[in-house]
Write a protein that binds this ligand. Structure first.
Ligand SMILES: [Zn+2]
Length: 404
């Protein structure tokens, strides 16, 4: 399909273009610019979205699942997640899986190809995570991050594992971080009790991502800067943030942006299967779910869009469990709660995660040659259309009325 989309406002997201045209030829963007500079060839269909805004699609590189399915539950489950994500404005996600069997399912989905949302690879947040040791959990020493386990994951991935998390305070943690980098995989610092010094040692071993910054890491004290102090000040590291409005206070998000700059922070959803489901009680204790969550038979209560552990004993119940909102909500929170502009919020939700995952050569911004992954939204980030690889995967009536 050859399509020209006309809009009064396009966010690339490095710049805004007024009265813009974007030409889409098949899966790719052919041209982007001011209408007066681009002539639309006669074989292109024209879609005029008027005062609706065209932006890049959202890129979610930390997401365990949604809409009742975990990414690790096989290729069909993964497709269900893709279908839901496309309807929320996420056009690319990194299927986040923490065990070899789950990884094999992810590889199958990638080989098969997905509809509704593009899956460029797999992220492994697990198995190399320092235990959370919640009350009631076994106080057994942490499992080592060993070469055998790494190789099992690596071989299961058949080259599709793009990011792997590791806690440096695990036995063998720093060696594993080096091993991750040596195998061409992006290395992320995640979970545990590492302080500032160990954080910086992990960076020397190859870490370039701070996983869900602030959450499950040592905080910043003025004499003990902690892993948070490292994430805030080390320019070699890009910092991801769960911007659901629950996991991190808006002021802490603001501090992160002020420290890192607009180019070194990116938004993640960190959702799991509960995102997209209605409020209620969910007993998933008989399901083999994602590595990060397998420390208990998971039972959750979702209320007002927040999921907490429930039905597992007074000493555990009430802990926030996982995020329930797609990345679009993070964009809205950045704008409404932190005061970031629409353009900069989109930078943190599209281009920056693409850079962190080394995908920016093919997606993350609206420029010639990249994938035609884009959204049509309004000023409040209400979604009217999602396009993935040049294909419209979601649209509301409003845009349908505006067409042609
Ligand atoms: Zn985590």
């Amino acid at each position: 399909m050859k399509l020209a989309i006309k809009t009064q406002r396009l966010i690339s997201p490095l710049k805004e273009i007024k009265d813009a045209v974007i030409l889409i030829d098949g899966e790719r963007i052919e041209a982007v610019g001011k209408h007066e500079n681009i002539s639309i060839p006669s074989d292109y269909e024209i879609m005029d979205v008027g005062d609706k805004i065209v932006t890049p699609g959202l890129v979610d590189i930390h997401n365990h699942g949604a809409n009742g399915y975990f990414a690790r539950e096989g290729a069909d489950a993964l497709q269900e997640v893709c279908t839901w994500l496309g309807k929320t404005g996420t056009t690319c996600w990194m299927a986040t899986i923490g065990d070899p069997e789950g990884v094999r399912g992810g590889v199958e989905a990638i080989k098969r190809g997905t509809e509704g949302c593009y899956v460029p690879g797999i992220r492994c947040e697990g198995p190399f995570l320092y235990p959370k040791y919640l009350p009631g959990e076994s106080p057994a020493p942490p499992p080592p991050a060993d070469e055998k386990t790494f190789m099992e994951m690596y071989e299961a991935g058949e080259g599709h594992i793009k990011i792997m998390d590791c806690s440096p305070d695990l036995p063998g943690g720093l060696e594993t971080i080096k091993r991750i980098r040596d195998h061409g995989i992006i290395s992320a610092f995640a979970h545990g009790n590492a302080g500032y010094e160990l954080f910086m040692e992990a960076v020397e071993c190859g870490v370039t991502i701070s996983t869900h910054t602030y959450n499950v890491m040592t905080g910043m004290h003025h004499r003990r800067p902690g892993a948070v102090g490292g994430a805030l000040t080390c320019d070699e590291v890009m910092a991801e943030i769960t911007a659901d409005g629950v996991h991190v206070h808006p002021v802490a998000m603001d501090v992160l942006i002020r420290c890192k700059g607009l180019d070194r922070v990116y938004l993640i959803s960190d959702t799991q299967a509960i995102a997209g489901l209605p409020d209620g009680f969910y007993d998933w204790s008989d399901r083999i779910i994602d590595g990060e969550y397998n420390w208990v038979g998971v039972k959750l209560k979702k209320e007002n869009g927040v999921a907490r552990l429930a039905g597992m004993g007074d000493d555990v119940d009430g802990a926030i469990s996982s995020s329930c909102w797609p990345l679009k909500k993070g964009i809205q929170n950045m704008i409404n709660d932190v005061g970031v502009s629409l353009k900069d919020a989109f930078r943190m939700g599209s281009l920056n995660p693409a850079v962190a995952a080394n995908l920016d050569h093919e997606l993350g911004s609206l420029v010639r040659g990249k994938r035609a992954d884009l959204l049509v939204i309004d000023e409040d980030v209400n979604l009217f259309m999602t396009m993935v690889g040049g294909k419209i995967v979601h649209e509301t009536e409003l845009v349908a009325e505006l067409e042609y």
